[in-house]
Ligand binder design. Structure first.
Ligand code: TRP
Length: 331
């Protein structure tokens, strides 16, 4: 039996941080054993908001390198760059004929971007969800690991797929959001304001590329308080977040010691943060070193991207063949 197809895209804007790592990357790594996985760098999507491409090449290389350093194995998954697969652009064209201006204008992410950047409301921005649908449908993917903020885009992908199937014949299975929801870890910003991924405050977000010193500094600055006054009280969310991080990077004994200290009202947050900082540094340093090493090995990066594109295009061509047949573009 053909394994189910998992697909997700990573925008090359911004740096990978702990929220991405524990919320998404670790799941991708786990999925590569069980599914037929496609992961790609969404560089066309970045043009919708970042027309200046001076730094794009470095960013694409960095994203590929970081993903491999986090455990994605290019031998097991198909890891590629979106613009290396022109079949996606062709599918995007057909899907654009099935997407209505009215529904695209209503998408909250579109409205947000218009508000942020009223001078660059380009058609690519409006059709962002159509391109995303093309990314997904090109491999006839069914499982799409994405965060909550992308679920509406996924619903649109289902709508476009359904309209296509209805008009031109069954080509696409319905894609849906997929995560190992039971162990989905949410990492809060270290200043206690929202998710780390949404953080506006760079000092409250730990990036995989941060130096040891910077990681220590950020953790030591993390929000705490004067400690609990009653035994076994509930942890405030910013304290819970430090415990969550500790559970991810420290030993069980360490975690249990500080947990007991909290429950007995004898916790010293300074000591806890020092320990967490050291364990976090030990956890991140090898990932960062590996990412740097890969990023500088241009020959290896080229090989990964070339082989990824070749694999992706085999699957993409098979879909485009059916699409052309359905639409009536075979003469
Ligand atoms: N829109 C996604 C984001 O901003 C990135 C993305 C592009 C994507 N194409 C995709 C995610 C296809 C999943 C599937 O995070």
């Amino acid at each position: 039996m053909r394994k189910e197809v998992v697909l997700s895209g990573i925008r090359p804007t911004g740096f990978l941080h702990l929220g991405n790592y524990f919320g998404a990357m670790r799941n991708f790594v786990r999925m590569q054993q069980e599914y037929d996985c496609y992961f790609f760098v969404a560089n066309w999507h970045s043009l919708t908001t970042h027309p200046d491409t001076k730094e794009l090449k470095d960013s694409v290389h960095r994203v590929i390198a970081e993903n491999i350093a986090c455990g994605l194995d290019p031998e097991k998954v198909t890891l590629y760059v979106q613009s290396d697969v022109p079949e996606i652009a062709e599918l995007y064209l057909y899907l654009n004929m099935l997407a209505y201006k009215g529904e695209l204008e209503k998408v909250p992410t579109f409205k947000d971007k218009v508000r942020l950047n009223p001078n660059n409301v380009n058609a690519g921005l409006l059709t962002y969800p159509v391109l995303m649908a093309a990314d997904i449908l090109i491999h006839r993917s069914v499982k799409v690991p994405v965060g909550k903020d992308q679920e509406q885009h996924l619903e649109m992908a289902r709508n476009f797929a359904e309209r296509f199937n209805h008009r031109y014949g069954e080509v696409f299975p319905m894609p849906y959001a997929f995560n190992y929801s039971n162990d989905l870890v949410k990492i809060m910003s270290l200043d206690g304001n929202g998710k780390m991924s949404k953080s506006e405050n760079q000092m409250a977000t730990i990036y995989l590329s941060d130096s040891d010193e910077l990681v220590r500094k950020k953790i030591m600055k993390a929000k705490t308080d004067s400690g609990p006054t009653e035994n076994n009280s509930e942890k405030p969310d910013y304290i819970q977040n430090l415990f969550t991080l500790m559970s991810l990077v420290s030993t069980k004994d360490t975690f249990e010691k500080f947990d007991a200290d909290f429950n007995n009202c004898v916790i010293r947050y300074g000591d806890m943060k020092k320990q967490l900082a050291e364990d976090m540094v030990a956890f991140l340093a090898p990932i960062r070193a590996r990412a740097m090493e890969i990023q500088h090995d241009k020959a290896y990066l080229q090989k990964v991207m070339r082989e990824g594109a070749e694999k992706a295009r085999i699957s993409a061509r098979a879909t485009i063949d059916k699409v052309r047949e359905g639409v009536g573009m075979k003469y």
